[in-house]
Design a protein around this ligand. Structure first.
Ligand code: ANZ
Ligand code: ZN
Length: 821
């Protein structure tokens, strides 16, 4: 029959791919094909694959398959990010071990990936919850520990009362737990951190290499997250305290306008500075603040609150005594947790001053109305006033001047401050990598010796043992916890926290180069060969955390001499989301689309084609607006062309004798599809293939007929081009065209330049409204190109002479008029 049976093709070709393994990367040292590393963010095994996976992997697969077609040695591996909370919650519910749920889901997803026809190297499969993998998390942790990049401290942490665990800042979304939506509270705990702040500058600077290769919005989000602020540290003496207190300010030029001083209400400093007679008011206020999230605290909408601490600071330049307050709009963990308040020029400070009747002094004349009258602070540019030696200076001159004065007196210096915090790594949960540290009463924190790694998770804990208790479930496994100190041999205890699963995903892309290696996390030479990743593909939800952490890991590994690059992902593609009826799919809206059902209905190829054809890869796809049925119809049309051409001629037929018009369409399509795939306009590439199918259909029905060599040529190009988007139909079509072996590897063709030449049109070039030259140009020439061609004409230049060009009017493709003055 002319139309194809999707399920039969899937079964047939899946078996063939499994047997022939056409997508395995070669490690043969003699293989000198260009190497390409294409990677999709690895999935979390939360169930079967969903529409989101379908989209991301279809996009990544276009890139990988294109590279396979070019004959490159492509590394396109797959693995699972298989530690994490959902497995643990499932285990608690079912009274089982998290591994059961996890590995069952991995198997389901693996089968679905195979069915979905992703061109993967299955021999490199990894699971981060395997001891063979997480052993190297522990090894890496210890190398970070050796370098002072992993450390413990007491800190206020985000705590999810429902999950009973600590969350990184990045995992708190609008004050709520990213996973369960519960409002996050603050708690003081002793926790492990990675010192990512040591790398803040490099994380920022190296983004220059990613410019134009990563989506601009991702770079912006990373930049904002790192949050570099240039300013000054200024030390204020505090009456009755030996040590001064430092504040960070981006506006040291406004120092003469600092009329009060504010300490974060929840900082230890506030507690320390509070005078006895203010104690009661302060404690009451602090209890109130503890209930708020950072977002609420910083909201400009909320009315300002605070308490006077009964103390005074001394303004280092004016010598004035200024009152010290505690307030919640100052955050304990930013800068130094204390600020100099300049109400005239900072809105938050002005709101506070107006509420509590504190003095406001304008020190930068901006030309705007008096802040006290308007209630609006004036943060802009201006000239300094009321500022002693700074008077008359512009803000930009006053800043270095005052920094110089402060430095001379030893009361301050220029500095850079980052919003980025150290990476909080400890989790009080079970299903993660145990932290390989032993706490000894004599020796303190002792590293588990490398040869004792991995520290495996106990296998006997399951179900209720894992229920959140506020301390790690590992603490309950007495035989696991109690060990001898590796240093002194005395009784000691294992650390019972597990690592944030973002540790697992921060280096997995290196592990794929040598996934079975058991003497190191990865083979340094193999990573040198494959790295960095040429094309990384994944969702924008990872724009901050995962990408920042991976970049950090890569830089540390670079400093350790283990990798020779400093950025892991050369290019990044963020695919959009699949939504339905204009909304994200969700249970409550009942608008979910089930990937398995779509595939059962239309077949893999039609679903994949639909996903890619819906729009540019980075845009969302509304499933209500697309038509897999139409995709299937198109694929049947393409299939029929291949079948008919295959029946009418044999492979190797010389196309030169074929119909010239069709040949031109074929070669132009090839040329365009190549270009469009290179710039990741996959949807337009598909549209071009559709046009070629239409042209071939016409040639068969009302042109030279199916036996024409040009029809075969067109059909072969259709098979090769479609292999990027609809792999099953492409393989079957290729076989029906009389070829043996897979269509998917090394079959891309170069268009014949002679067949790309288009008819030309004549363009008239006028100088001062007189025709001075005529150019033969392509009908679709761009305005910029036409202007360039006109100006490049010697004749035209001769007529312009040295008169200045006032204006160039371009009407592509027919006219250019150069107006000279
Ligand atoms: C005086 C001043 C005058 C300020 C002025 C601004 C304008 P970014 O740009 O985000 O780094 N600040 C410092 N530490 C703070 C903390 N822990 N919590 C809340 N606010 C804090 O912001 C730096 C500015 O934010 C600093 O400069 C400080 O206010 C405030 F006309 O100092 B500024
Ligand atoms: Zn010891």
């Amino acid at each position: 029959s002319d139309s194809y049976d999707a399920r039969a093709l899937q079964d047939k070709w899946q078996a063939r791919w499994a047997k022939e393994n056409p997508f395995a990367a070669s490690e043969d040292p003699a293989d000198d094909r260009p190497r390409r590393y294409v990677l999709d963010m690895f999935p979390y095994p939360s169930g079967d694959l969903h529409m989101g996976h379908a989209e991301a992997f279809a996009m990544g697969d276009v890139v990988a398959r294109y590279r396979f077609q070019l004959g490159e040695n492509v590394l396109h591996p797959i693995g699972w990010d298989s530690f994490g909370l959902p497995a643990e919650n499932a285990a608690i519910k079912r009274d089982s071990h998290p591994a059961e749920w996890t590995y069952a889901n991995i198997e389901t997803q693996a089968e679905s990936f195979k069915r979905y026809g992703i061109a993967l190297d299955w021999s490199r499969r990894l699971h981060t919850s395997d001891p063979e993998y997480y052993r190297w998390n522990q090894w890496l942790f210890l190398r970070f520990f050796d370098r002072g990049l992993a450390y413990r401290k007491n800190g206020l942490v985000n705590w999810c009362p429902k999950d009973q665990t600590v969350l990184a800042n990045e995992q708190v979304v609008q004050g709520r737990c990213e996973r369960c939506g519960t409002e996050v509270v603050r708690r003081s705990l002793n926790q492990w951190y990675f010192k990512i702040t040591d790398y803040a500058d490099r994380l920022l600077e190296d983004m220059a290499h990613l410019e134009g290769k990563w989506p601009e919005r991702v770079l912006l989000m990373q930049r904002n997250w790192i949050g570099r602020s240039q300013g000054a540290d200024v030390r204020f003496a505090i009456e009755g305290r030996d040590e001064p207190v430092t504040v960070f300010t981006t506006r040291p030029d406004t120092l003469y306008g600092a009329t009060f001083f504010v300490v974060a209400a929840d900082a230890a400093l506030a507690d320390e500075l509070c005078a006895p007679e203010r104690r009661e008011a302060f404690e009451a206020y602090r209890r109130q603040v503890a209930k708020l999230t950072d977002i609420e605290r910083q909201s400009t909408e909320r009315e300002k609150t605070g308490v006077f601490l009964g103390r005074h600071a001394i303004n280092p330049v004016t010598g004035e005594r200024i009152p010290v307050w505690a307030a919640d709009y100052v955050l304990a963990e930013y800068g130094h947790g204390a600020i100099m308040a300049v109400p005239a020029h900072d809105q938050r400070d002005l709101d506070f001053a107006l509420k509590f009747d504190l003095p406001v002094r304008v020190v930068v004349e901006t030309g705007e109305a008096d802040p006290v009258e308007t209630g609006v602070a004036t943060p802009g540019e201006g000239t300094l006033v009321n500022s002693g030696p700074l008077d008359g200076l512009a803000k930009s001159d006053a800043i270095p001047r005052i920094i110089g004065v402060l430095a001379e007196r030893g009361t301050g210096e220029g500095t850079i401050n980052y919003r980025l915090r150290d990476w909080l790594l400890s989790r009080q949960r079970f299903w993660g990598t145990p932290i390989p540290i032993i706490h000894c009463p004599e020796c303190g924190e002792v590293a588990v010796p490398d040869e004792q790694l991995p520290v495996k998770l106990p296998e006997n804990l399951k179900g209720a043992d894992l229920a959140p208790k506020g301390i790690s479930p590992l603490a309950a496994a007495a035989d696991w916890v109690n060990v001898d100190c590796p240093k002194c041999g005395g009784a000691a205890k294992r650390d019972t926290d597990t690592m944030d699963t973002f540790v697992d995903s921060s280096w997995y892309y290196l592990r794929y180069c040598s996934p079975q290696m058991d003497t190191a996390p990865f083979d340094v030479d193999r990573v040198r060969k494959w790295g960095p990743i040429d094309q990384y593909v994944g969702g924008v939800e990872h724009a901050i955390l995962h990408l920042l952490y991976s970049r950090f890991f890569t830089k540390v590994l670079h400093d350790m001499g283990m990798v020779d690059f400093t950025e892991p992902f050369t290019r990044l593609l963020n695919q959009g989301q699949v939504i339905n009826q204009g909304k994200a799919m969700s249970k409550s809206l009942d608008n979910g689309v089930d990937l398995g059902e779509e595939i059962d209905k239309y077949g893999v190829d039609a679903v994949r084609l639909t996903v890619v054809f819906a729009g540019p890869p980075e845009e969302d796809i509304d499933w209500a607006d697309v038509s897999p049925a139409a995709s299937l119809k198109f694929l049947n049309r393409a299939f029929r062309v291949m079948v008919q051409a295959g029946a009418a001629s044999a492979p190797g037929t010389d196309p030169a004798a074929g119909d010239l018009a069709l040949r031109k369409v074929t070669h132009r399509t090839l040329h365009k599809v190549t270009e469009l795939v290179e710039v990741q306009r996959f949807n337009v590439a598909v549209a071009r293939i559709m046009e070629l199918v239409t042209a071939a259909r016409k040639a068969i029905d009302s042109g030279p007929g199916a036996a024409d060599p040009a029809v075969r040529e067109a059909a072969e190009v259709i098979a090769v081009a479609l292999s990027l988007f609809a792999p099953y139909v492409a393989e079957e079509g290729w076989e029906r065209l009389g070829h043996t072996g897979s269509v998917a590897v090394g079959n891309w063709r170069t268009p014949d330049p002679e067949l790309l030449v288009q008819e030309s049109v004549t363009c008239v070039v006028q100088v001062a409204s007189k025709v001075r030259d005529k150019l033969e140009v392509a009908p679709d020439v761009s305005e910029e190109e036409l202007e360039r061609l006109a100006l490049a004409s010697e004749k035209v230049q001769g007529f312009i002479g040295d008169r200045p060009i006032r204006k160039i009017v371009v009407r592509a493709p027919k006219l250019v008029n150069i107006v000279v003055g």
